[in-house]
Design a protein around this ligand. Structure first.
Ligand SMILES: Cc1ncc(COP(=O)(O)O)c(C=O)c1O
Length: 432
């Protein structure tokens, strides 16, 4: 299927040429639009809440580079700070003051973090945190939840949510069975299942890792008592609780999901927003655990470009912008307007649907719901989502190209953007 109402000749040419150069024509799978059909648009530039493609079409963007663009793309203050930093060089491979500044900001903001290590992606952060969990507890097994994504490291590629689900690969070939044998899984929001795993694997479980609000199986919130229950169970069994806040960190609250829900994990992973659009990840937590990381301790982890001055600069400036009064109130207000509108219009136009939002993260499922876990999410009408996605694209609205991805808003989205989006939603849903 190709776009019918907008001209996308250059996008199609570019994507066709890319097929011969990169697997699937992309640098990361979900960009290829496999689960919604049709071809991706090829971006030329981004600014504020908008994208322009190589054919000159403009879109309102609800992907935000998959999360980092919470202040809007190419925020002028971030760009200016980057220009200044650029003059001093792009990478030091040595300690720099900017690392201290961002580390202090992260430690001040995120309750569980007493010390932090910067890396280059969310994948790296999760990979490193797993090694640390195992080293600290001297245990090998971990519990993750179906539909949660923690990057593409071998031991997490078990029931790993959107990208993997989109391709219909439950696990990836090439992942040794021996590696994933230590990865136990439970349905999200199912405390009894977690309890049973702890009983069956006494003194063997290093910890539990989860997206405290799931974004990689669509948008799924924790039921009342779920996070509290995990905190209690992990403590009871001498295991660690790890919040993967790569997506939720600085997005659903300045202090992340742990601030929003008042639960303090032992360790936290971060990414996306803290890099302000440059490649950054981080992991941090209790001082006694983090003190095991090399060179303070024996748990090895390193990175040539880690803590580089450009990424630190974009992160610092982004967090400064987020600290301004009213930021999260604004994000919550416009996002709720969008999320409420999506569900209301779906219902008015006769489509079973449910959804919601917390602050600047939202979702819509084409199923009656409620959606408590990935199995529930999979009841969604994905073919309908594909048609919806294409219809929205043709009307200048760029949504994440999968039913199983959360959406993101930013400080740059205006009431007019939301209203224009909802008008397009009504138009498309009326004709689905
Ligand atoms: C919750 C979560 N953890 C980890 C990752 C991996 O981060 P990255 O893509 O930066 O490697 C992602 C990416 O979307 C994520 O959403």
């Amino acid at each position: 299927m190709v776009n019918t109402t907008i001209k996308t000749t250059k996008s199609q040419e570019t994507f066709a040429a890319a097929q011969h150069l990169m697997p699937g024509g992309v640098s990361s799978p979900v960009r290829a639009f496999k689960s919604v059909g049709g071809q991706p648009i090829v971006f030329d530039r981004v600014n504020g809440a908008y994208i322009w493609d190589v054919d000159g079409n403009q879109y309102i963007d609800y992907v935000g580079s998959w999360g980092p663009a919470i202040c809007g793309h190419a925020h002028p203050e971030v760009i200016t700070a980057l220009h200044t930093a650029l003059e001093k060089g792009t990478s030091f491979g040595a300690p720099c003051v900017l690392e201290n500044v961002l580390a202090e900001m992260v430690i001040d903001a995120v309750k569980s973090i007493e010390m932090v290590r910067f890396v280059n992606s969310g994948t790296e952060a999760c990979m490193a945190v797993l090694r640390l969990m195992r080293a600290f507890t001297n245990r090998e097994k971990i519990i993750k939840f179906e539909g949660c994504y923690h990057g593409h490291a071998d031991m997490f590629l078990v029931k790993a949510g959107s990208g993997v689900a989109t391709l219909g690969l439950p696990d990836s070939p090439g992942v040794p069975k021996a590696v994933t044998r230590s990865t136990l899984t439970a349905p999200f929001n199912d405390l009894e299942a977690v309890k049973a795993l702890f009983e069956e694997n006494r003194d063997e479980i290093a910890g539990v890792i989860l997206e405290p609000v799931v974004g990689n199986a669509g948008f799924i919130t924790p039921d009342a008592g779920f996070l509290e229950g995990l905190r209690e169970l992990t403590q009871e069994h001498g295991a660690l609780l790890v919040f993967d806040e790569v997506m939720t960190g600085f997005r659903i609250a300045y202090g992340g999901a742990q601030e929003k829900f008042g639960i303090t994990p032992d360790l936290t992973t971060l990414g996306k927003v803290i890099g302000g659009g440059l490649p950054v990840g981080a992991y941090g937590g209790r001082r006694d655990i983090m003190s095991m990381v090399a060179p303070a301790g024996p748990v090895y982890q390193a990175g040539t470009l880690s803590g580089n001055p450009l990424a630190m600069t974009a992160g610092i400036k982004t967090l400064e912008l987020l600290q301004k009064p009213g930021t999260y109130e604004y994000l919550a207000r416009i996002t709720q307007k969008l999320a409420d509108g999506l569900v209301q219009i779906a219902q008015e136009t006769g489509h079973p649907a449910c959804g919601g939002n917390i602050s600047a993260m939202f979702g819509l499922f084409f199923t009656d719901g409620p959606v408590h876990n990935y199995e529930d999410a999979k009841k969604s009408d994905t073919a309908k989502f594909g048609r919806f996605h294409r219809g929205m694209l043709e009307r200048g609205i760029y949504l994440a190209p999968s039913q199983f991805e959360a959406g993101f808003t930013s400080l740059a989205h205006t009431d007019e953007d939301i209203e224009q989006t909802l008008a397009a939603v009504r138009d498309v849903m009326s004709s689905l």
